[in-house]
Ligand binder design. Structure first.
Ligand SMILES: Cc1ncc(COP(=O)(O)O)c(C=O)c1O
Length: 424
C-alpha cells in the first residue's frame, strides 16, 4: 500500500522527487485513494492512466487504450504535442506566473493571436470554460444596461433547453438537467430557456429586456445535437433585428473540432461574444477566454472582472503554441476528413444496435438502442476504447484531431467488435 505515514512521505517526496513517489502507486492503490479522499462528483471509468502519447493512453499495467474522450474535446493536438511541450520547457526558464497587476509580453502576443485567429476585436483571458461563460454573461448584462438602455437588474438572456455551459451556480441555475440543479439552489433570475434549434421560440421569447441569446452551436454534453443548417445564421438575424447580442459557447466546438476554426464558421454567423477554452490549453493546461466585438468588450473597466491566474505567461505561451500548431498542421481540415471517415465507418458497420451517427468533424455521437449503456461502456473498455455516454444513449467520440486514417479504422473496428460482443 501507499506510504501512510505522512511525515515520512513528505521526506520521501522531497528526497526522491514527486515523479518517483507517484510512480510507486499501483492502479488499484490509485483508485482506492481517489475514492477515499476525493469527493464523488464523478463516476470515472475503472482505468488509471499513467502515461499518454498522441491518441493513446496507458494504465499502470501497460494496457493501451485509444482515447476517444480526449478530455472532453480538450485534447485536440494529441497528448503531449512535442511543440507545445518544448514551448513549456522554454518558458520554464523565463517566467510562469505574474498577476494582471503588471504587463507581460507573453500575454500581449496571446491576446493578438487569439483575436487574429477568431476575427474578434478583444479578449478577456480566463482559465476554465465556465469562467469564460460567466465573463460573457457579465459583459452582456453590462452592455444591456449601459448601451441598450435596459433597466438595471432586469436583463434577460435566452438560453436553450438541454444546454451545458459549465457548473457554477449561475450556470446550473438555467440548466434543464435535474441532477445539475437539484438541491443547489436558490438560483438567480435573468435566464429564459427555449427549445434548441427552434428559431420561432427564440423570436417569441424576445422582450425589451433581452440582452443576449447564448447557445452552443452544437450541443455536446446534451447528446451531440446538431441544429438544422442555417440555424446559427437565423439566430444572428433575429438578434440583429432585436438589438440583442449573440453569444456562442465554443468551449467544446471551438478550435478546429468540427472541421472549421469555430462551429459558427460553417455559416455566416459571427457572434458578438464567444466563450472558448478546452483545446486552447494545448492539452496541457487550463486556458480560456471571452472574445468579442470592441463595443461590447469595452464595457469592462478596471475592477469589473478578473482572475488571479487568467492570462498568466505559461498559459499564454501554451495557447499561442496551440493556435499556431492548429493552423500550421491544418487541424480543421483534418478534423473534417477524419470525422467523415469515422462517421462513415460507424454507419458501414450496419449494426442494428446503432440507431444514429451524428456530428460534425471529430465531434461525433453514436446513438445506440436496445443495449445496456453501462454494459456497452464496459465492452468498449474491454476492446480498449475510451468513450463515455452523454445524454440520450449517445456515446461521444472526440479523439485528438491528430488522429490518423489507420487509427480511425482501428477505432471503428474495435467499436464494431465491442458492440457485436454484446450478442455473445
Ligand atoms: C459547451 C461547454 N461550455 C462550457 C463548459 C465548461 O467548461 P469547463 O469544464 O472548463 O469549466 C463545457 C465543458 O464541458 C462545455 O462543453
Amino acid at each position: 500500500m501507499v506510504q501512510q505515514d505522512t511525515t515520512t512521505a513528505w521526506n520521501r517526496i522531497v528526497e526522491e522527487g514527486v515523479r518517483a513517489y507517484v510512480d510507486r502507486l499501483s492502479d488499484a492503490e490509485s483508485i482506492h485513494i481517489s475514492e477515499q479522499y476525493g469527493t464523488h462528483n464523478y463516476h470515472p471509468l475503472p482505468v488509471n492512466v499513467v502515461r499518454a502519447d498522441g491518441i493513446r493512453v496507458y494504465d499502470g499495467e501497460g494496457n493501451e487504450f485509444l482515447d476517444c474522450i480526449g478530455c472532453y474535446s480538450a485534447v485536440a493536438h494529441g497528448h503531449l504535442s512535442p511543440f507545445i511541450v518544448k514551448t513549456v520547457e522554454e518558458q520554464m526558464e523565463k517566467v510562469t506566473l505574474v498577476s494582471r497587476a503588471v504587463y507581460s509580453s507573453e500575454l500581449a502576443v496571446f491576446l493578438k493571436a487569439i483575436c487574429d485567429y477568431s476575427g474578434m476585436d478583444m479578449a478577456c483571458p480566463m482559465n476554465t470554460g465556465a469562467e469564460a461563460i460567466e465573463t460573457c454573461i457579465k459583459l452582456a448584462r453590462k452592455w444591456g444596461y449601459t448601451k441598450k438602455g435596459v433597466e438595471k437588474d432586469k436583463a434577460e438572456i435566452i438560453v436553450a433547453d438541454g444546454n451545458f455551459h459549465g457548473r457554477t451556480t449561475t450556470i446550473i441555475g438555467f440548466s434543464s438537467e435535474p441532477q445539475y440543479m437539484d438541491l443547489f439552489g436558490p438560483y438567480g433570475p435573468g435566464f429564459v430557456s427555449v427549445p434548441f434549434d427552434d428559431i420561432g421560440a427564440i423570436d417569441a421569447a424576445m422582450t425589451s429586456n433581452t440582452v443576449a441569446v447564448m447557445m452552443e452551436p452544437i450541443q455536446a454534453e446534451g447528446g451531440i445535437i446538431v441544429p438544422h443548417d442555417g440555424f446559427l445564421a437565423e439566430v444572428c438575424d433575429v438578434c440583429a433585428r432585436n438589438n440583442v447580442l449573440v453569444i456562442w459557447d465554443e468551449v467544446q466546438t471551438g478550435f478546429a473540432r468540427t472541421g472549421r476554426r469555430f462551429a459558427w464558421n460553417h455559416e455566416d454567423a459571427a457572434p458578438d461574444l464567444m466563450a472558448v477554452g478546452k483545446p486552447l490549453g494545448g492539452g496541457l493546461f487550463p486556458v480560456s477566454a471571452a472574445l468579442g466585438k470592441r463595443d461590447v468588450m469595452d464595457v469592462f473597466v478596471a475592477g469589473d472582472h478578473g482572475s488571479t491566474f487568467g492570462g498568466n505567461p505559461l498559459g499564454a505561451v501554451i495557447a499561442i503554441a496551440a493556435l499556431a500548431e492548429m493552423e500550421v498542421h491544418g487541424l480543421a481540415d483534418r478534423a473534417e476528413a477524419m470525422g467523415r471517415r469515422m462517421m462513415n465507418g460507424f454507419l458501414d458497420l450496419a449494426l442494428p444496435q446503432i440507431k444514429e451517427v451524428r456530428g460534425k468533424g471529430l465531434l461525433i455521437g453514436l446513438e445506440v438502442q436496445n443495449v445496456d449503456g453501462a454494459q456497452l461502456t464496459q465492452r468498449f473498455l474491454d476492446h480498449r476504447v475510451l468513450t463515455k455516454e452523454t445524454r440520450n444513449h449517445t456515446f461521444r467520440f472526440a479523439p485528438p484531431l491528430t488522429i490518423t486514417e489507420a487509427e480511425i479504422d482501428e477505432v471503428v473496428s474495435r467499436v464494431g467488435a465491442a458492440i457485436r460482443s454484446l450478442d455473445q
